[in-house]
Unconditional design. Structure first.
Length: 269
């Protein structure tokens, strides 16, 4: 899969740690048409994700596989990034990653040393694209300045109750992907009147309305997590839903604000 072809709807795997369930969910999702699978060392499921990719009747080269190195769990010094990468690909059963993120800008993360390892992984042909996760705009600017490789993606919580307009604008300005996790607001966004109204207008589920809103802006994709086939199909169908400006403005106008993912020491703007 080429660097510029990240699909609008991918598969998140956070908290999917049951070995068989995780593997079969990944396999089922790929055979339904998903082509972007997201995991992390911190999720403790890379081995199961890899089994799912191997189990699916989909060529490896058609799957965009992303993982993350966590500075507090694995460390973010130069050698620790390489060690974390090697552990990830070993567990996943692959030779290279399509995208590697630094999971949080915490612990011993230092832009110059940490991102030098990411650059060298790209030069070595082991990682195809570089990403960061849970960064502020200031840290994004620093990363872009330090990296030799282009910044490919920034992964961050985004849903109707946490819309992140500054981060969306930054991704568009610098032409990288904003990858939205928790796009359904842990289910709470599905009962928002604005989301329900847009879903009813189009005759779709609230989840599809929410995901279509999430991916409406240029440069934004999303990775909802699910284990049931019905929800997997429903989420994927959001890629075919076209919202109009009125729909988007209605959800944009949601006033409720809630962040579900907090991290001590993370430099939220």
């Amino acid at each position: 899969m080429t660097a510029d072809s990240l699909p609008p709807i991918g598969l998140g795997t956070w908290q999917n740690t049951d070995p068989e369930q995780c593997a079969q969910t990944v396999a089922n999702a790929l055979e339904m048409g998903y082509r972007h699978v997201d995991t992390a060392r911190f999720y403790d499921n890379e081995e199961h994700v890899g089994e799912g990719i191997a189990r699916a009747d989909v060529p490896r080269e058609e799957v965009f596989l992303a993982s993350k190195v966590h500075p507090e769990a694995e460390g973010a010094a130069y050698d620790e990034i390489y060690e974390g990468f090697e552990k990830s690909v070993s567990l996943l059963g692959v030779d290279a990653l399509d995208l590697l993120y630094i999971h949080w800008p915490v612990g011993n993360y230092e832009a110059e040393e940490t991102l030098a390892a990411f650059d060298d992984l790209v030069v070595d042909g082991l990682v195809r694209n570089v990403g960061v996760s849970n960064f502020s705009t200031e840290l994004l600017d620093e990363a872009i300045d330090v990296l030799d490789a282009p910044l490919f993606a920034h992964q961050v919580e985004r849903h109707p109750m946490l819309q992140q307009p500054d981060l969306v604008a930054h991704a568009q300005e610098h032409d990288y992907h904003l990858v939205a996790y928790s796009p359904l607001g842990r289910g709470e966004a599905l009962s928002l009147p604005a989301v329900e109204a847009v879903a009813e207008k189009h005759g779709v589920s609230p989840a599809q309305a929410c995901l279509a809103w999430a991916t409406y802006p240029d440069n934004v994709v999303t990775i909802p997590k699910s284990t049931g086939d019905d929800h997997l199909r429903d989420n994927l169908g959001a890629a075919d839903l076209e919202l109009d400006d009125e729909d988007v403005e209605r959800i944009d106008a949601v006033e409720k604000r809630e962040r579900f993912v907090e991290r001590d020491g993370a430099p939220w703007k």
